[in-house]
Design a protein around this ligand. Structure first.
Ligand SMILES: Cc1ncc(COP(=O)(O)O)c(C=O)c1O
Length: 416
């Protein structure tokens, strides 16, 4: 029997194992953030951005970008109609409305023209996607958004290593975000990174991603109800090793695409990933569009290829085909008629607790906000009165030791 050909998976070497083993052994206490800091610095340098924030996913990066821009109810955000739902879901998390723009049939990315067709005075941001490792024609998009005072967020989840006019994917717009999910060319198992240049937005993102705590501020002081979005040392160590190997990971991806291009590139009725002359496509997934005239639907072709030990998956469904069931879980509905793919989807309320908390912050549920933030519980009262501290190498209350230390340093009054 021939070997199974998987869709996409990681390429792990001794280097990754060495870095992760080091993080497991030493990435604690004073070194707890070392790998995250090194990974963030290396990634920011690689892309040419001022700031990078390592995260548990790309989805969380897009969410932070929208939160820090204060996009909320009543606002619209343009996203491509064809992308993974993670591009659009964060728009719904913040209570704004995703508006779908058509993709170009050759690049499979949105264009300045398709964005302009759906811009309204309520549009606050556009999320452009570097789909399947390709790049949109960004210059006209950036120019349009600058003219219309609309923020640009680059969803580069699938495009680490791609370039547009010699500039790297992830260097466009106010923010960009990458995914390091297990299927991605550069992986940390699960993970993501947010990149940006603006210092004030950076600070806002750091507060939002750490339960509302500001770096360097009073310990355990929460300015707002934020998210818990952090990457672990082990993930960051894996990411750092993969980043150092990115050129060879990309080379292998392009080599793989070339095998398919040589074998299938001239088959009538098959259209493979494209690459414009000023773009380097990193071919995250080799993808073929099959002309229905060939008589193969994807429902027939995918199982037939699977029988030949070739794994295969459908192209992303247009988001305008997915309708909310009303409980925040999309279900597949009948497709919209051809040509009607630029539609506004009713914002879904995301069921997760963190999103609910951010809605509280946006004053959607003032009574809840009051309960959470304003009215101190009896426990909170006790904590305030008794000066409880947690410190020491283990998660345990060392109240007596701490009080003794504070007294001996003259920070609090000695016992009478
Ligand atoms: C285009 C696009 N955007 C966003 C994401 C979300 O990435 P993550 O799974 O890291 O949140 C993905 C993941 O596959 C993606 O393909």
């Amino acid at each position: 029997m021939s070997t199974r050909i998987p869709i996409a998976g990681p390429w792990i070497t001794e280097k990754e194992i060495r870095y992760v083993s080091d993080a497991v052994a030493h990435g604690w206490y004073g070194n707890a953030s070392k790998y995250q800091t090194d990974f963030e610095q290396a990634f920011a340098d690689f892309i040419g951005r001022r700031h990078a924030i390592s995260l548990p996913s790309c989805t969380s990066g897009l969410h932070l970008a929208l939160l820090s821009l204060r996009v909320g109810p009543g606002d619209e955000v343009v996203v491509p109609d064809v992308t993974w739902i993670a591009t659009s879901a964060p728009v719904s998390y913040v209570g704004a409305t995703p508006v779908f723009a058509d993709i170009d049939p050759i690049s499979w990315c949105i264009t300045a023209g398709s964005i302009e067709a759906v811009l309204t005075p309520r549009t606050r941001a556009v999320i452009v996607v570097d789909l399947y490792g390709n790049m949109p024609d960004l210059n006209p998009i950036l120019e349009l958004c600058r003219r219309r005072n609309v923020a640009v967020i680059e969803d580069a989840a699938e495009a680490a290593g791609a370039t547009y006019k010699r500039r790297p994917a992830g260097s466009f717009g106010e923010f960009s975000a990458f995914s390091f999910h297990g299927s991605k060319t550069l992986t940390t198992g699960e993970g993501g990174i947010l990149l940006l240049d603006d210092d004030a937005l950076y600070r806002e993102c750091l507060i939002q991603r750490d339960h509302g705590r500001a770096p360097g501020d009073i310990m355990f002081w929460n300015h707002t109800i934020g998210q818990k979005y952090r990457m672990s040392s082990m993930q960051a160590a894996l990411g750092l090793a993969q980043l150092e190997r990115l050129p060879e990971l990309i080379e292998r991806k392009r080599e793989t695409f070339d095998w398919y291009r040589r074998a299938l590139g001239n088959v009538p009725g098959l259209t493979l990933n494209s690459e414009a002359p000023d773009v380097v496509n990193v071919y995250w997934m080799v993808t073929a569009i099959v002309d229905p005239k060939l008589g193969w639907t994807k429902e027939k072709l995918i199982p037939a290829l699977r029988e030949q030990n070739v794994d295969c998956r459908p192209f992303f469904y247009p988001l305008s085909m997915l309708r909310s069931s009303g409980r925040g879980v999309p279900r597949l509905a009948a497709p919209f008629p051809a040509g009607a793919s630029s539609l506004i989807m009713v914002a879904m309320r995301h069921p997760n607790v963190a999103a609910a908390a951010s809605s509280v912050e946006q004053h959607q549920f003032p009574h809840l906000r009051e309960n959470l933030l304003v009215r101190p519980s009896s426990l909170a009262d006790k904590i305030k009165k008794r000066l409880m501290l947690s410190c020491g190498p283990f998660w345990r209350c060392y109240r007596c030791h701490a009080l003794h230390a504070l007294r001996s340093q003259g920070i609090i009054r000695p016992k009478q």
